[in-house]
Design a binder for this molecule. Structure first.
Ligand code: PHE
Length: 333
């Protein structure tokens, strides 16, 4: 009778406790077994009553075990395994591409001094990529740019520079003009650590009354200082058919950093853009009067600038989609 009370009041926290309970009462060496052994030595006149009580205990214990086991299996079991304090699964965040990060920074710097965005097609006709930019047919300067031709006579090309957007914009708009045109350009060149057949440029164009070379130079120093911090730049006299005078801009990246900029061959200067005063012939081609208006233009290579900003040694890394490279730009905008 005492055992029956114990059985009926028994509760368990988990399946293991139920199993211990089962062994205690119903196991081979359990209480019920002992009672059955004892039964043999019970006097005959008490056998009936004793037997009833033992049977009652056996049934109660069996029922208890079954019902408790049921509650710990199936649904109840998985519920108890749900650990709400476990940390969630982490979703990997992607990162912006260094070319995009650099492009956005450049756009931001020029938008502060009034430049707005404009773009044009990557498949371009002869007029916008060459002729209107003062590169008439058979002009030797066309050889400066190794062009990918889509069609010939009349020529359709993959644009070799973003200068084509200057023409498109000036055909549609009158001065004052202050635009920035980022985009892809293509050149038929062997791919190496320092050059690629596809890369990105940002073109700038400023046309207004009395724009001078001093304005160009001041704009460029403002830009390089905003992007690189205090930095040394130099303007080297150069030649472009669409600007006169023309210059190329180098940034000094500092030999003391001993970074492996393979493309600089150890000079410490890296060319990042071409620029100059817009040639009067170009203005005439788009019906802007060069007697009334002057202006400057520049075109910079985004890949080159990103090499400097992030100390990247090889231009091919940008297009290899190597996650170890791309991951390093997490959190940058
Ligand atoms: N279009 C030139 C290039 O691709 C760069 C440039 C742009 C030079 C504008 C002068 C003015 O090399």
């Amino acid at each position: 009778k005492k055992y029956i009370e114990e059985v009926e009041s028994f509760t368990a926290q988990n399946a293991a406790e139920v199993e211990a309970f089962r062994i205690k009462f119903l196991g081979k060496k359990g209480i019920l077994n002992d009672l059955f052994v004892e039964f043999k030595s019970v006097p005959n006149e008490q056998k009936k009553e004793f037997g009833q009580v033992v049977n009652e205990l056996k049934n109660a214990a069996t029922e208890k075990v079954n019902s408790l086991n049921e509650s710990f299996s199936g649904k109840a079991e998985t519920k108890s395994e749900l650990d709400l304090t476990r940390p969630g699964e982490i979703t990997e965040l992607g990162s912006r591409h260094p070319i995009n990060i650099t492009k956005n920074r450049i756009i931001d710097i020029f938008s502060r001094i009034g430049f707005s965005l404009s773009d044009g097609p990557e498949i371009e006709d002869d007029w916008h990529n060459f002729t209107a930019l003062n590169l008439p047919e058979h002009h030797p300067a066309r050889d400066m740019q190794d062009t990918f031709f889509i069609e010939q006579n009349p020529d359709v090309v993959l644009r070799t520079h973003t200068s084509s957007v200057q023409i498109r914009y000036m055909e549609q708009n009158q001065p004052p003009i202050r635009i920035l045109s980022p985009g892809r350009v293509y050149r038929n060149e062997a791919i190496s650590a320092r050059s690629h057949m596809m890369f990105h440029q940002i073109e700038g164009l400023y046309i207004d009354k009395n724009v001078s070379f001093a304005d160009l130079k001041q704009t460029l120093s403002y830009f390089t200082e905003a992007l690189f911090g205090k930095s040394k730049i130099r303007l080297r006299p150069s030649y472009f058919p669409f600007t006169e005078p023309s210059a190329e801009v180098d940034v000094y990246w500092g030999l003391e950093t001993e970074t492996d900029y393979r493309m600089t061959k150890g000079t410490g200067w890296l060319e990042i853009m071409g620029c100059g005063m817009v040639d009067p012939n170009v203005l005439k081609n788009v019906n802007i009067d060069p007697e009334e208006y002057t202006g400057f233009a520049f075109g910079m290579g985004i890949e080159r600038i990103a090499l400097l900003l992030y100390q990247i040694g090889d231009i091919r890394l940008y297009t290899e989609n190597d996650i170890r490279f791309l991951e390093q730009f997490k959190g940058e905008f």
